[in-house]
Each structure stands twice: as structure tokens, then as C-alpha cells.
Design a protein around this ligand. Structure first.
Ligand SMILES: C[S@@+](CC[C@H](N)C(=O)[O-])C[C@H]1O[C@@H](n2cnc3c(N)ncnc32)[C@H](O)[C@@H]1O
Length: 279
């Protein structure tokens, strides 16, 4: 019997080493999104910035340097192991204006109205209750402060997320997630996300799609990537046994054909949604 990913903090603890090891490559893959988030943030020297669900800390350096000399960044994640990865980045880069803390996205351990900006890349879909979590962000932002968050657009424009899940489904090990399921596609369309921000009390909200392309040298490269990055795939395959692994690999081989080039490289498209919301 295969197990489904829970997306709880233990699950992320287990994925932390793989995310830390693959952080530089992930940053390359999502560079257009990070650039768009930084542009939407309009960071200024002196800003107080909070990052939520920071993972291994791929955005920390850019943010910290944009608010020098006297701005401060507090980078947080629910997984202690992810926070340790982020702290290692801070230390390696000698960033004196960054604090790292273990903190969940649903209950922010912070006074009200203290942050100029809150950033969160691919985190809100894992909140216990995304609307309350957004409400918490609004509470912690100063009046006129801004939340800049990224989620995933719908499955139909996200081969990057759908292909591995379709392969699990074909192998009898899972199913393709639909909007509302905890995981990548939980928060739905651009309109859904904007509506959620207004429901959480933000006074202005805009959502922009950001197309991404995830590049792999070969099927082996892609398989190695998804087994490390995806809780769903890793959990299902760990509990499936060798036959499940073979069925998954065969399904992946079929499914990547439309995204493959003549030298065996694979390019999987995805679309992120960039939410900019004003408190
Ligand atoms: C998809 S990863 C994104 C990491 C990072 N923001 C990035 O873009 O590289 C999701 C992150 O959310 C964190 N996370 C999951 N549930 C959380 C929660 N309830 N509160 C805070 N962080 C959470 C995980 O530990 C993980 O680091």
C-alpha cells in the first residue's frame, strides 16, 4: 500500500537535505519568478522584511542586499532543517542583517504592523488555512506594506507539476492533484488567489502569471530531480517497492515525449502566479 504525502512539517524536514543540495539549480530554474518578485517588492534601504516558508534560503541574499545598510530581513520556515540551510547561506555570505527563525506561516510570532514587506515563494499552499495565514501576514504588515507571494497556476498549464503526478497515477501509486488538494495546486487560478487576498483583508491585490521552464539533460536527470524535490513522488516511491518504481519510470518515459528534444533533453513548462497585495 503506497503512502500519500502529508505536507506536514515532518515531511518537509525529510525533504530539506534534497532541497538544500538542489537549491542553486532551483534558483536558476525559477529566476524569472524571483526577478518578478523582487521587482514587485520595490525593496528600499532600511526596510523591515519578513520571508515566510523560506526553504533553503535561495532568495535571502538578493533581499538582504537590497535593504542595506540598515534594513533587516527575518527569514523563517516551519522546518528546522530548512532554516539550518538558510542560516548556512547567511553565514557563508556574511549577511549581517539577516536573522533566521523556525516559524510556521499560520501563526506569526510577531507584533502587529512591523513589516514593510512580506515575501513568500511557494509557501501559502501548505498553510493549515491559507486565508487565515494571509490574514496573519496582513496583521504583521505596516499600513501600506506589501505582501509578495508566489503560488502555482492551474494544473493544465503546469506540466512540471502534472507529469510526475500523472506518472504516479498511471503506475497506480497516486493521482493528479486537483485545485483545493493540499499541495502545488491548492490555491487555484489567478482569480481565486486575488479573491483570497481580498477575503483576508488586503485593500489592493494583483496577480500576474509568470511562465517558467524547467530544463533537464535527460530522463534520468528529471527522475533524480523529482524524487528529491517532490514529497508526493518520494513518499509514493519509497513505499511502492521495485515494481512500482519500474511502472513509474515507464510512465515518465511515455509522458515526457512531447517535451523532449532530439538530444534527449526535456523542457517542462510551468506557470507561477505572483500575488502582490497591499495592507
Ligand atoms: C515548495 S518549498 C519552497 C521553499 C522556498 N520558499 C523556495 O521557493 O525555494 C515549501 C517550503 O514551505 C515550508 N513550509 C511548509 N509548510 C509550512 C508552514 N505551515 N509554515 C511555514 N513553512 C512551511 C517547507 O518547509 C518548505 O521549505
Amino acid at each position: 500500500m503506497t503512502q500519500a504525502a502529508s505536507y506536514d512539517s515532518e515531511g518537509w524536514q525529510e525533504r530539506a537535505k534534497d532541497w538544500i543540495d538542489r537549491s542553486a539549480r532551483f534558483e536558476e530554474q525559477v529566476r524569472p519568478l524571483t526577478d518578478a518578485m523582487l521587482a514587485a517588492s520595490g525593496l528600499q534601504p532600511g526596510y523591515r522584511v519578513l520571508e515566510l516558508a523560506c526553504g533553503p534560503g535561495g532568495m535571502i541574499s538578493n533581499v538582504a542586499q537590497s535593504i542595506l545598510p540598515d534594513g533587516e530581513l527575518v527569514a523563517t520556515d516551519i522546518s528546522e532543517a530548512m532554516v539550518a540551510g538558510a542560516a548556512a547561506v547567511v553565514e557563508a555570505e556574511g549577511l549581517g542583517n539577516v536573522e533566521t527563525r523556525t516559524m510556521g506561516i499560520d501563526w506569526l510570532d510577531s507584533p502587529a504592523a512591523v513589516a514593510d514587506r512580506i515575501l513568500c515563494r511557494f509557501g501559502y499552499m501548505f498553510a493549515v488555512d491559507p486565508e487565515s495565514a494571509l490574514h496573519e501576514a496582513r496583521r504583521v504588515l505596516k499600513p501600506g506594506g506589501r505582501l509578495i507571494a508566489a503560488t502555482w497556476d492551474l494544473p493544465e498549464v503546469n506540466a512540471y507539476g502534472v507529469v510526475p503526478n500523472r506518472a504516479l497515477e498511471m503506475a497506480g501509486l497516486g493521482k493528479v492533484p486537483v485545485v483545493g488538494d493540499r499541495g502545488m495546486f491548492r490555491l487555484g487560478s489567478a482569480d481565486d488567489l486575488k479573491e483570497l487576498a481580498f477575503s483576508a483583508g488586503f485593500i489592493e491585490a494583483a496577480v500576474t502569471p509568470v511562465p517558467l521552464s524547467f530544463e533537464f539533460e535527460s530522463l534520468e536527470d528529471l527522475l533524480e530531480w523529482v524524487c528529491g524535490m517532490s514529497q508526493t513522488v518520494e513518499t509514493a516511491l519509497r513505499t511502492a517497492g521495485p515494481e512500482g518504481q519500474i511502472a513509474f519510470d515507464q510512465a515518465m518515459t511515455e509522458l515526457v515525449v512531447p517535451y523532449s528534444n532530439s538530444s534527449g533533453g526535456i523542457s517542462l513548462p510551468g506557470v507561477a502566479l505572483l500575488l502582490t497585495a497591499e495592507a
